[in-house]
Design a protein around this ligand. Structure first.
Ligand code: BTN
Length: 250
């Protein structure tokens, strides 16, 4: 596979996602903006992403559809971007001997601990995804974390080894690129691979209904085409949930 990704390193930025969105027009169809340090890293659900400067990977991979190496992608297929990014990270971690799972929709877990988070921001126009900014925070060399983070881990904590960030980013991006190219070839769906890699697949787990804070139990059976989580209730009914509707209890 040809290496198509152009990686730009910055010493310091507010958020690589915000930087990528500001620079979007000038970027090629597959570009990575990586930062040694972020002053306003953003996470999911409006949270901040806090990480020690120089110890971890914080970057945004920009994909422009209908340009260069990428054909058009209908807006209804936007969850395939999440699948490609999550599976690319998992495949890279596999090569480092780190066994991981995808905590729906796009956290990467080793055992019960989070090693990587993603903030994927798509821009849609006329029923198509025009571009996607895939923001990834991967804990690499950090060994201690602030107590407010519930269950973090890092590649160093899992393997006992330290890693050199720049070469690791190049390897990781190649895996994500490969998975992104697969979304383009029709019939090569990633959904089965994604579903089989889900954290706590096939076991009953407690979730919280975000509307009323009430906990309930459900068994993960997979995801729908649009990326909704399919849970089997204790009565054997199948129900679908969007990311904003429920949260996991780990
Ligand atoms: C989460 O799990 O809450 C998502 C975390 C995403 C963090 C990354 S770090 C690089 C990119 N820039 C940001 O501001 N956020 C993402």
């Amino acid at each position: 596979m040809k290496d198509l990704i152009n990686i730009q390193w910055m010493e310091n930025v507010d958020s690589t996602n915000d930087q990528a969105k500001r620079e979007l027009e000038n970027l090629s169809d597959l570009t990575v903006i990586a930062a040694v340090s972020q002053t306003a890293g953003r996470g999911q659900r409006g949270n901040s992403w806090l990480t020690r400067p120089g110890e971890n990977l914080t970057f945004s991979l920009v994909v422009k559809f209908s340009e260069g190496n990428f054909g058009p992608l209908g807006a209804k297929r936007n969850f395939e971007i999440t699948q490609a990014a999550a599976l690319g990270v998992c495949e890279y971690l596999d090569t480092e001997g780190i066994f991981c799972k995808i905590k729906w929709p796009n956290d990467i877990y080793v055992g019960n601990r989070k090693i990587c988070g993603m903030l994927i921001e798509n821009s849609l126009e006329g029923g198509s995804v025009m571009s996607s900014v895939i923001g990834i925070g991967l804990n690499v060399n950090q060994e201690d974390f602030p107590p407010e983070l519930l269950n973090p881990t890092s590649m160093r904590l899992v393997t006992g080894k330290s890693f050199s960030l720049k070469p690791e980013l190049e390897k990781l991006c190649r895996h994500i690129q490969r998975k992104l190219m697969l979304i383009q070839s029709s019939g090569d769906s990633l959904v089965d691979e994604y579903s089989s890699r889900l954290f706590r697949l096939g076991v009953f787990n407690t979730f919280v209904d975000c509307a009323d804070g009430v906990p309930f139990v459900g068994k993960i059976t997979g995801v729908s085409e649009s990326g909704r989580l399919i849970l089997e209730t204790q009565k054997g009914e199948l129900k679908e949930f969007s990311f904003k509707e429920i949260s996991f209890v780990i």
